[in-house]
Design a protein around this ligand. Structure first.
Ligand SMILES: COc1cc(/C=C/C(=O)SCCNC(=O)CCNC(=O)[C@H](O)C(C)(C)COP(=O)(O)OP(=O)(O)OC[C@H]2O[C@@H](n3cnc4c(N)ncnc43)[C@H](O)[C@@H]2OP(=O)(O)O)ccc1O
Ligand SMILES: O=C(O)CCC(=O)C(=O)O
Ligand SMILES: [Fe+2]
Length: 361
């Protein structure tokens, strides 16, 4: 194993840290495993963003929806209401086998336990494909303070491309999780579209709603002085829908309705967390909400999570759907090329809902 060369003293420069974490492939996992006693200054967030400043609203919780009878109008109403009010809900009895969920969590650990030299093959600089990227934080070049998170981000183009380019340590399990979640994704979108007077998902709107998918394997190592930083800063997803598998650690917080407070999303064994992304907020002309969320860093436990981002295709132009505007409602958002929208999101640090503000008329 290569010797550890980063000196994490108060004098460690950003470039030493970048070299160790990103350019050498160690990730924050590598930093964490050096047994640091204090947090490198580059991860210290401004006071108002720190984990210790979260105002938790303890009596609130996002809805939990049983999907076994998904086509029962009462279940449909609960899904549409949750998407309008909370933008977030958990689903149980969703049909994705529990073993598939366990396997993808195990595969996440398997990938991150690879030696740095092997993970290095998938960084932005070395990856065999633009669609496969191992990285740390979110947008390090743009961030004043870094986030305590490593990620492997896999954009699905085709099974053949995935087999050829995704890391073998986690490829099959990630593909299986994507495949087995397709039915519930369609069920959710069917119900959500009915709520917008879109009667069926045909070829055209299918590609607009779910024409591309990205799966991220997130790894949040144990963090010294975790109260001073974040694992993921405040953001909303740019997807149509996100299907998130979290482990039993906890740490995901969702913005409370009409409040400065935050609601914890408690881990429920076998459940999936669903959230509305910006693309669906735009298509629904603001009816469904893509809500800000954040993840706290943890001082004693590793956390993993696996979101599947269900998106329009990069070449799609998204805007409020004609069915939503049919009654004379005024469009709140411009038509935007989806790849431009996503590029704008990736160019900045996490900044709450600033990306969607940019698309407002
Ligand atoms: C919370 O922490 C996160 C979150 C995420 C992802 C969250 C989502 O909501 S993902 C849903 C995003 N939608 C899609 O990926 C589908 C549409 N895809 C596209 O439109 C394109 O593939 C593209 C993403 C715009 C890339 O276009 P391309 O023309 O190939 O341009 P690039 O030069 O490769 O990238 C542009 C710019 O974005 C940065 N970037 C690209 N991919 C990622 C990625 N997976 N993670 C982080 N940043 C990415 C890339 O660095 C480029 O910036 P430069 O400064 O280098 O020019 C993901 C990760 C999290 O931590
Ligand atoms: O890890 C989590 O619970 C949330 C992850 C997230 O918000 C994201 O990857 O966009
Ligand atoms: Fe997110």
């Amino acid at each position: 194993m290569a010797p550890v060369t980063v000196a994490t003293t108060p004098n460690t420069t950003r470039s030493d840290l970048t070299e160790f974490v990103m350019l050498k492939g160690n990730g924050v996992k590598g930093l964490s495993e050096m047994g640091l006693k204090s947090l490198p200054v580059q991860y210290i967030q401004p006071l108002e963003e720190r984990t210790c400043m979260i105002q938790v609203v303890p009596q609130e919780s996002i809805p939990i929806i049983d999907m076994s009878n998904w086509d029962d109008p009462k279940v449909g109403d609960a899904i549409c209401e949750a998407a309008q009010k909370w933008g977030f809900f958990q689903i149980i009895n969703h049909g994705v086998p529990l073993q598939v969920l366990e396997n993808v969590k195990d595969a996440t650990y398997r990938f991150y336990e690879l030696p740095a030299e092997q993970k290095l093959k998938y960084t932005k600089e070395n990856s065999p494909s633009k669609d496969v990227r191992y990285g740390s934080s979110f947008s390090p070049e743009a961030e004043k303070a870094l986030e305590w998170k490593d990620y492997l981000s896999l954009f699905f183009v085709s099974e053949a491309e995935a087999v050829a380019t995704w890391p073998p340590a986690c490829r099959d399990e990630a593909l299986e999780y994507m495949k087995r979640s397709e039915t519930v994704i369609k069920q959710l979108l069917t119900v959500l579209m009915k709520g917008l007077n879109v009667e069926e998902i045909d070829e055209t709107n299918e590609s607009l709603l779910m024409g591309s998918k990205r799966i991220n394997l997130n790894y949040y190592p144990v963090c010294p002085s975790h109260d001073l930083t974040v694992a993921i800063g405040r953001h909303s997803d740019v997807s149509t829908l996100t299907i998130l598998l979290q482990d039993q650690t906890g740490g995901l917080y969702v913005r409370a309705v009409d409040s400065q407070g935050w609601i914890h999303v408690p881990p429920i064994s076998g459940a999936l967390v669903i959230n509305i992304g910006d693309a669906l907020q735009i298509m629904s002309n603001g009816r469904y909400k893509s809500i800000e969320h954040r993840v706290t860093a943890n001082g004693s436990k590793v956390r993993v999570s696996v979101p599947i981002f269900v998106n329009p295709r990069p070449i799609d132009v998204i805007g409020p759907l004609p069915q939503v505007l049919a009654g004379g409602e005024k469009a709140m958002y411009k038509n935007v090329l989806y790849s431009d929208y996503v590029r704008y999101f990736f160019k900045k640090a996490h900044d709450g809902k600033a990306t969607i503000e940019h698309a407002k008329i």
